[in-house]
Design a protein around this ligand. Structure first.
Ligand SMILES: Cc1cc2nc3c(=O)[nH]c(=O)nc-3n(C[C@H](O)[C@H](O)[C@H](O)COP(=O)(O)OP(=O)(O)OC[C@H]3O[C@@H](n4cnc5c(N)ncnc54)[C@H](O)[C@@H]3O)c2cc1C
Length: 443
């Protein structure tokens, strides 16, 4: 029997949902062995990125913000590795497994969904001293790192060391940056109740944003409201400002401000995964895979490339509700595109016609810490606890799997009934230290 292989690159918001949908729609074919769905991702989990700020702040356990591919996609073949090249002319991809030699994998249909990476700039010191906020690893590192700064500040007698430890810089005022900043500031405010040596006023939280507004996702009014709320909390919001340099943690801003900081978080936007350059599929000026609204890969003149599909942050998908524009990189589009893509792929396999993707961006919800939020959805604007509640219920409805939802609700309920977890487990980042010291006889 001739088995058709559908290969999915990336098991994020697009890849995970496409794989799950195909499992339902092609159940019989998969059982018969007529179709195989292969999912390639370096991680063995899907990360629900909108939960990263909550995980960093300790409201949900890191394991509850990710979804196991092997458990949720039992009908798929999971290949742990990174696609390094797509040769669509030969219908093969090159996969670099976790370890060992690279291998070629053939396919009949490909779904390209490797998402995006942080869009960095060649700023002196950034690569060495900055950290992004796109993975669970980064979120938990940041949590441990920020809480560890409190111990450094509380234990030192050196005022410069203390000031540097308590200065936190976030570059980029989109929802990732604002939510990360607001949640971590809120966590530190809560935690300092147990640090009689320190005052909240000694901490410095700086948001650096190149444009003149923040949170464009919730519209101008709600953006202004957010700035006011953050200013009230004592945060230092610098609009129309750039990070010029941060060599050895010496931060220099374009407005002339200079200070030392151990914590520089880079959330200034995303760009398509650079792996897409290693491909013979058509890419646009910014490096996205070019698509037509049916989510089929196409050349610039709209000619469909047979057997190739793409969606999400790495794809240039025309926004039919905004002629001339493209869908923004968001989970809102990614998940909806995934459902449309899987329907279209199955339709085409069965000789049917694909349908165009059309979704008008509904607006956004953002959390600004416990019981604080801002939302602008379907022309309804909400602030404070109502927006925060909407944020939680919306994301709870979106995170995949009943078991995952239950665990997240359990985390939230426990956090409400008991106190927030304030322990930092920085030792997770360097677990070999104590054993190495013991082995060399240094202790
Ligand atoms: C902190 C944060 C908060 C956010 N909050 C919101 C929100 O509230 N609302 C909203 O709409 N959007 C939000 N977003 C944006 C949203 O998460 C993304 O737009 C969405 O995840 C894009 O989906 P994707 O499938 O294209 O990429 P991703 O979900 O990033 O998935 C890409 C997958 O590809 C894998 N991969 C990467 N390279 C390779 C390779 N070479 N080979 C194989 N696999 C590879 C990755 O491991 C990953 O699993 C947020 C993003 C962040 C970072």
């Amino acid at each position: 029997m001739d088995r058709k292989r559908i290969l999915i690159i990336g098991a994020g918001h697009v890849g995970f949902y496409v794989a799950a949908d195909l499992g339902r729609k092609l159940r019989k074919e998969i059982r018969r062995g007529a179709v195989e769905v292969v999912v390639v991702d370096p991680n063995q989990h899907m990360t629900y990125q909108p939960f990263l700020p909550e995980a960093a702040a300790g409201h949900i356990s890191p394991r509850h913000g990710v979804i196991s591919l092997r458990r949720s996609l039992k009908h798929c073949t999971i290949l742990a590795g990174r696609v390094t090249r797509i040769d669509h002319a030969d219908r093969t991809v090159t996969v670099q497994p976790i370890t060992g030699p690279a291998r070629k994998v053939e396919y009949d249909e490909i779904v390209v969904a490797p998402g995006s990476v942080s869009r960095t700039l060649p700023i002196p010191g950034l690569a060495e001293n900055g950290i992004g906020f796109k993975t669970m690893g980064e979120a938990i590192y940041l949590r441990n790192h920020v809480l560890a700064r409190l111990d450094i500040a509380a234990s030192t007698t050196d005022e410069e060391v203390r000031r540097r430890a308590l200065s936190f810089v976030f570059v980029g005022g989109g929802f990732a940056g604002i939510e990360a900043l607001a949640e971590l500031e809120d966590m530190v405010r809560d935690t300092l109740r147990y640090y009689p040596e320190l005052e909240m006023e000694q901490t410095r939280w700086v948001l650096v944003e190149a444009s003149q507004r923040i949170l464009p996702e919730v519209g101008p009014d709600m953006g202004v409201y957010t700035v006011r709320q953050l200013l009230k909390r004592g945060l230092d919001i610098r609009l129309n400002t750039l990070l010029k340099s941060c060599v050895d943690g010496h931060v220099v801003l374009s407005d002339g401000t200079e200070f030392e900081s151990d914590t520089i978080v880079w959330t200034a936007g995303v760009k398509p995964n650079p792996m897409l350059r290693e491909s013979d599929l058509p890419t646009g000026p910014k490096g996205h895979v070019v698509c037509v609204p049916t989510l089929q890969v196409a050349t610039e003149d709209g000619t469909v490339v047979p057997g190739a599909w793409a969606a999400g942050d790495g794809a240039q998908v025309p926004d039919l509700t905004n002629p001339g524009g493209y869908c923004s990189p968001s989970a809102q589009h990614a998940v909806r595109q995934a459902h449309r893509l899987s329907k279209n792929l199955v339709a085409v396999l069965r000789g049917g016609q694909p349908v165009e993707y059309r979704h008008k961006y509904a607006g956004s919800v953002a959390s600004l810490g416990l019981h604080k939020g801002v939302a602008h959805v379907y022309n309804i604007k909400l602030k404070g606890i109502l927006a925060w509640f909407l944020h939680r219920t919306y994301h709870l409805s979106r995170v995949p799997g009943f078991g995952r939802k239950t665990r997240v609700v359990a985390d939230w309920t426990l956090a409400l009934l008991t106190k927030r977890e304030i322990v930092q487990l920085g030792e997770l980042q360097e677990p070999h230290g104590p054993f190495a010291e013991a082995s060399t006889g240094e202790v």
